[in-house]
Write a protein that binds this ligand. Structure first.
Ligand SMILES: *Cc1c(COP(=O)(O)O)cnc(C)c1O
Length: 413
């Protein structure tokens, strides 16, 4: 028998860290350890430079004829092409710029939803959704007398797929599902979810807010009907996100907001609307941040997503091993397939207090319900402490987290 040794491609984290100026910051007299990446990631210098360069050199409104406007338009549209490639969409017509994931969900709920959902229809979401993927559907269901159905979650934090299949009937018109849970780290089997939904005649919206930074996204292979993500969680700026939709569906949907840029012709009697994707981009968009989003996505691509993922998975494994042996600490979310995110609670200590004590030691984590209150209720906890790792985090930082947690426990219990 042949023995093969697989050599993992090396990943120079110290080199990567040099690209993120904020990582040199001190918090409470110590070098900051930033482990709140699932809330928002830090930005490489190249992204910060792109914003500065745009405002210093070619700030102009897009889709105008003068030179600056042409440069701004070209850069804005270049991001659309980069996004298309990043998620493997078929066409740039399918890429709509939004403010973020939340706006993507709302756009579909207001347009597709208002046109297609009627009394008695069912919309299926899961027990681990972010409030952004609950509330817009709840508003729509209330308005249309439709029914919101929930896929239950196991004790490990995985979706109960047999229960999901039972929920799917001819009444189901839409399944809207989180790709990766921001509170548990669970990677959901979206391909299977989508295939089953399509068999039942329902469309599928995938909330990619957490998955886009960690996993390879291929919307054609996934065959989702909609996919949304936020730039700021993929090392890009805040205030810009993406809604992907299949072209045919986007073409048939009514418009969202009315205004400039989204029209062909306006008279007081009647307005005709622009073609895709401009039909859904009313008003002056977030030009600077959209331009800088391209730089963020290029940065990820240049550093190779699979190599980054190996590094993040090593951190997840190491941190899980180190944290799970701490007495009184319980990890919430132990799914087989997880991204580099660990939620935990500590016996007899409130997550908030742990968070403050970690901050005192220069460590930034998220504490609370993570905009997933129904999920917290499911696990019977008021909230958790969440450490989420990005490409620039290190094993030494995990060590600091672990010793800071131990210290916090001593002080609180
Ligand atoms: C962050 C997040 C959202 C909302 O994203 P915004 O950028 O705040 O619009 C939605 N779903 C999940 C899973 C998230 O993590």
């Amino acid at each position: 028998m042949e023995t093969t040794t697989t050599i993992k491609p090396t990943f120079d984290v110290s080199e990567i860290r040099k690209s993120f100026p904020i990582l040199e910051r001190e918090v409470n007299n110590q070098l900051m350890v930033y482990l709140d990446n699932a809330a928002t990631s830090q930005k490489p210098q190249a992204v910060i430079d792109a914003l500065n360069y745009y405002y210093s050199n070619y700030n102009a409104n897009i889709h105008r004829v003068h030179t600056l406007a042409e440069e701004a338009t070209a850069a804005y549209e270049a991001t659309r092409t980069t996004v298309k490639d990043f998620i493997n969409a078929k066409s740039t017509d399918e890429i709509i710029f939004t403010r973020g994931t939340t706006e993507g969900v709302n756009l579909v709920a207001y347009t597709w939803g208002r046109k297609n959902i009627t009394e008695g229809d069912e919309i299926i979401i899961s027990g681990m959704e972010h409030h952004s993927n609950i509330v817009p559907w709840q508003i729509l269901c209330n308005e249309k007398k439709a029914v919101l159905k929930i896929i239950p979650v196991s004790d490990e934090g995985e979706l109960l797929m047999d229960k999901y299949k039972k929920l799917l009937s001819s009444k189901a018109k839409l399944v809207s599902i989180v790709h990766v849970s921001n509170a548990l780290g669970t990677v959901n089997p979206v391909k299977e979810i989508i295939d089953e939904a399509h068999k039942a005649g329902a469309l599928v919206f995938v909330d990619g807010a957490q998955s886009t930074v960690h996993l390879d996204i291929d919307v054609q292979e996934m065959d989702c009907d909609f996919f949304a993500f936020s730039g700021h969680k993929v090392y890009g700026p805040t205030g810009v996100g993406v809604l992907y939709g299949k072209k045919k569906i986007l073409e048939e949907m009514p418009v969202f907001m009315g205004g400039g840029e989204m029209i062909k012709e306006v008279t007081f009697e009647k307005t005709t609307f622009s073609d895709l994707p401009y039909k859904y981009e009313a008003g002056t968009p977030n030009i600077a941040d959209t331009i800088a989003l391209k730089v963020a996505l290029d940065f990820v691509t240049e550093n190779k997503k699979d190599i980054i993922r190996n590094h993040e998975n090593d951190l997840l494994k190491y941190a899980t091993e180190q944290l799970s042996v701490i007495e009184g600490l319980q990890i919430i979310g132990t799914a087989k397939n997880k991204v580099s995110l660990i939620s935990f609670v500590i016996k007899n200590a409130h997550p908030q207090d742990i968070g403050v004590l970690l901050d005192n030691q220069g460590i930034a984590v998220r504490t609370g319900h993570h905009c997933t209150q129904p999920l917290m209720k499911r696990f019977g906890v008021p909230g958790t402490v969440r450490a989420s790792f990005a490409m620039y985090n290190t094993k030494e930082e995990v060590d600091r987290l672990v010793s800071a947690v131990k210290k916090a426990i001593k002080m609180l219990t």
